[in-house]
Design a protein around this ligand. Structure first.
Ligand SMILES: Nc1ncnc2c1ncn2[C@@H]1O[C@H](COP(=O)(O)OP(=O)(O)OP(=O)(O)O)[C@@H](O)[C@H]1O
Length: 222
């Protein structure tokens, strides 16, 4: 599957946030978006999902224009920056309702077995983020939008999450953004930088330095 987003123009209160944005993401690849705070990454994901209405947008899936809001197509799932699980739902119930195997999850993350009857106020921010990200990754949707999936997670959980991403990407379009740029660079097959209201394709870390996203002395990754 190929997702293309074209000609996006978004303004808030007369201020242009995104202009003539083009992006392509496809099954088998993780597409990462980097960019400074306030550059428009979350706005772009919410436009694709269909909950923000820009002045212009064209969305195509496998070359065909999508005219209704993407979230109504059943094709897409969105991990927002904020927590989305209902306040009083236990973890096990959430897995049941999302039709995701609790057993498989606990096999990967055994410490969660003790948390199965906890609600979100009773687990840590990172534990909650991991659960919510996992539920989106394992959903039926063929297009996944992930807004800061690595935030709040400790390094071992990030590694485990990346392993799941590498498996899931074989059958899904994955578009993600995060400020953990080393993890984005490690996980992503294609990178865009959101800068000056546009998206720019990026080939390597050096280009992130040249474009003023990373400091000149940023640790060079292999
Ligand atoms: N609902 C809104 N009303 C007015 N301005 C908004 C609204 N949402 C976002 N903005 C502005 O649009 C710009 C882009 O915001 P956005 O959240 O998309 O950035 P971002 O790249 O995701 O930032 P961050 O990395 O900090 O999450 C910011 O200047 C922000 O203040």
């Amino acid at each position: 599957m190929i997702l293309e987003v074209d000609n996006i123009e978004l303004s808030y209160d007369g201020k242009l946030i995104l202009d003539a944005v083009y992006l392509k993401a496809e099954t088998g690849k993780i597409t990462g978006i980097l960019g400074r705070n306030g550059s428009g990454k979350t706005s772009l994901l919410s436009i694709i999902y269909g909950i923000t209405s820009p002045k212009y947008k064209l969305i195509r899936v496998d070359g065909l224009p999508i005219t209704k809001k993407m979230y109504k197509t059943g094709l897409i799932a969105y991990l927002p920056q904020f927590s989305y699980l209902p306040t009083h739902m236990t973890l096990k119930k959430a897995f049941y309702l999302y039709e995701i195997s609790w057993k498989d999850f606990v096999a990967k993350f055994p410490s969660f077995e003790a948390l199965k009857n906890y609600i979100k106020a009773e687990i840590s921010g990172g534990e909650l983020r991991l659960v919510e990200t996992y539920l989106i990754l394992l959903s039926e949707a063929k297009i996944l939008l992930l807004d800061e999936p690595f935030s709040n997670l400790s390094p071992l959980y990030i590694d485990q999450l990346k392993a799941i991403l590498f498996t899931v990407k074989k059958e899904k379009v994955i578009l993600l953004t995060d400020h953990f740029y080393t993890d984005v660079l490690d996980a992503a097959d294609e990178i865009y930088l959101c800068k000056n209201r546009k998206l720019k394709g990026i080939k390597n870390q050096q280009e992130l330095i040249e474009n003023g996203y990373l400091p000149l002395d940023a640790k060079v990754l292999k």
